[in-house]
Design a protein around this ligand. Structure first.
Ligand code: F6R
Length: 612
């Protein structure tokens, strides 16, 4: 996630801004920049791609930029690759407004078009530049920066935390937020804005959390907060008691837990800019409808959890697209002489965009003449650059080694891509299209419901954490989801765990079930629920302890048979794994916590596997 800091005081802002940015480095970023205002020079900005050291060097530790008022930003690219030009702050064409932004402006293309017609020139590919140009446009009309900001936030759709300075305002910076974090910090003779308390904890622990739709005017002496209609709002102050390491994790004990909790927001960021007027809209997607219609066969290639996303996708896309979908591990695909031809679509899924086996598979697919589509989280990563087409998950940086929010945003984005393709291929009815789209749209709020139930999962983890071996069983989409549940558990808790398609139990695995064996039985896939129940009965008959996962619809039936049951909300079957996986992630997390494991950095594992 991007990091924002802003300072209004009586000393030089630039070194303080750089220091704040350095404290937010842990969040991940690909470029950074600062802008400062002084009476002598007006607005001055410096920004660059790469590490903060480059920015330190460019500004001689901030000494080159004068002025006691400024904003700074670390960028994690979403719209436009990491580059000097796309880095923030963005400056308006007239040169008198500088702005930093965290979030995604969903209707930026429409506003950009409108501004282009008014003669505004753009230099970057970002959605953020649209905000600063629109802001200057409004400022010219109304001559009040506060009013211009209010107009801006009425016009834009999406999520944002803004920090803004204007050359005409020597003492004040303006902040605004919606669906992206922003806090106001009260210092001694100075005040701050920041997206993260770590940035300012050295200077103050007295903060106010801005709410959605609020605008703040921050000077060295005062902070005034207004609602969207510019009516003054009285805000309570909070005292931060966390230490720096807890503050980095937003008060959560681990990055993994923080990232599990961020999933509703990450999914919202990934899907909502791509749904307009009841349709999937893939802006800037370079694959033509003719190319889509020419696809006769689909390969999905990935590693680890991303491969498990592919396993879910095999079931959902075959149903939606009526095309054969084959899922392959990157490490296998590259050496197996796959039957890829020019009518094959090869979908490459990767959070980091740098996994070596996945990258090699992409190259192999291209060599064989297939069309390649990368679904990647890191903008400008190697896989994103080399694939013919790319669509990004906008999950923000993932720091914990075990993936959670990247996995769930990949699932949600692939649901949208599946719908988009199915529509072009004419393989989905209007009714099912609408139902699935609605299910994707309501995913964030239903996921919040799953995340409210952490105490129950925590209790179950405390009951089962000392098992040596745990089996996950399920059919169809439940089997695919079980693969991920099992991987999450084993990689962070070091408990041996396997996932099986329930129908396979009788072909060998059932011999491993003995009194007390823990079986996690997944029964969220409506069409095969009765069969899932039969498997629960089978393993219970051999003495297994059954922890079941099902949906509200089947709660009563499952509760009567299983030893304990976790329930998630009902949704369309295609989208159901996105909800079901949440308790499985939490279960893995709490089991690992009980066992005292190093959750964010499990032994022998790396976040990005760039070796074979
Ligand atoms: C497991 C996990 C890994 C990754 C795999 C692929 O929690 O994170 O299995 O999914 O290493 O990584 P990416 O998606 O970066 O290609």
């Amino acid at each position: 996630m991007c990091g924002i800091i802003g300072f209004a005081g009586h000393e030089e802002a630039a070194p303080i801004l750089l220091d704040g940015l350095a404290r937010m480095e842990y969040r991940g970023y690909d470029s950074a920049g600062i802008a400062v205002r002084s009476d002598k020079w007006g607005l001055q900005a410096k920004k660059s791609r790469g590490r903060l050291e480059t920015l330190y060097g460019l500004t001689h530790g901030g000494a080159d930029l004068d002025g006691p008022l400024g904003i700074g930003h670390t960028r994690w690219a979403t719209h436009g690759e990491p580059s000097d030009i796309n880095a923030h702050p963005h400056i308006s064409e007239g040169g008198n407004v500088a702005l930093v932004h965290n979030g995604i402006i969903e209707n930026y293309l429409e506003i950009k078009e409108w501004l282009l017609q008014k003669g505004v020139h753009f230099v970057s590919e970002t959605d953020t530049e649209v905000a600063v140009q629109l802001l200057e446009y409004y400022y010219r009309e109304c001559d009040s920066m506060l009013e211009a900001v209010a107009r801006l936030i009425h016009r834009i759709e999406g999520s944002y935390a803004f920090g803004i300075i204007c050359s005409d305002y020597p003492n004040a910076l303006i902040a605004a937020r919606k669906d992206a974090p922003l806090i106001l910090g009260y210092g001694k003779g100075c005040n701050f804005i920041a997206s993260d308390v770590t940035a300012i904890i050295k200077y103050t622990r007295d903060v106010t959390y801005m709410s959605d739709g609020e605008i703040a005017v921050v000077t060295a002496e005062s902070i005034d907060v207004f609602d969207t209609d510019l009516t003054s709002v009285t805000k309570a102050r909070s005292r931060i008691s966390w230490d720096v390491s807890a503050a980095e994790k937003g008060g959560y004990p681990h990055f993994m837990f923080k990232e599990i909790m961020e999933q509703p927001e990450a999914i919202q960021n990934t899907v909502s800019p791509r749904i307009r007027d009841g349709r999937v809209v893939l802006d800037k997607f370079s694959m033509t409808p003719e190319e889509v219609r020419s696809i006769s066969r689909i390969f999905i290639v990935a590693c680890g959890s991303a491969y498990h996303v592919g396993m879910v996708c095999k079931y959902t896309w075959e149903r939606l697209l009526r095309r054969q979908v084959e899922v392959s591990l990157g490490s296998e695909f590259r050496y197996r002489d796959p039957l890829v031809d020019e009518n094959s679509l090869v979908v490459i899924i990767s959070q980091s965009g740098e996994t070596l086996d996945t990258m090699a598979a992409l190259r192999e697919a291209k060599r064989l003449g297939g069309k390649t589509l990368a679904v990647v989280n890191v903008v400008g990563s190697s896989i994103a650059r080399e694939a013919d087409h790319v669509l990004y998950t906008w999950a923000g940086p993932e720091i914990a080694v075990a993936t959670t929010k990247a996995y769930s945003t990949q699932l949600a984005l692939l649901d949208l891509i599946g719908l988009y393709f199915a529509d072009l291929l004419g393989t989905v009815s209007a009714e099912e299209y609408r139902e699935i789209l609605e299910a994707v749209q309501t995913l964030p709020e239903k996921m919040r419901v799953c995340l409210e139930d952490v105490q129950k999962v925590q209790y179950l983890a405390s009951r089962y954490f000392n098992h040596d071996s745990i089996f996950f069983i399920g059919r169809n989409l439940d089997y695919a989801m079980g693969l991920e549940g099992s991987l999450k558990l084993k990689e962070i808790s070091y408990i041996h765990s396997e996932a099986y398609a329930s129908g396979e139990l009788k072909h060998g695995t059932i011999s491993l079930i003995e009194p007390g064996t823990l079986v996690v039985a997944l029964g969220t896939y409506e069409a095969l629920f009765d069969k899932a129940m039969s498997n629960v009965v089978e393993v219970k008959a051999r003495g297994a302890e059954v922890l079941a996962l099902t949906t509200e619809k089947f709660r009563d039936r499952m509760e009567k048979t299983a030893d304990c049951t976790i329930v998630v909300p009902d949704t369309h079957p295609i989208v159901q794994p996105s909800l079901g996986v949440v308790p499985l992630q939490l279960f893995a997390y709490y089991v690992a916590l009980q066992r005292g494991c190093d959750i964010d950095k499990p032994r022998n594992l790396a976040k990005s596997v760039t070796v074979e």
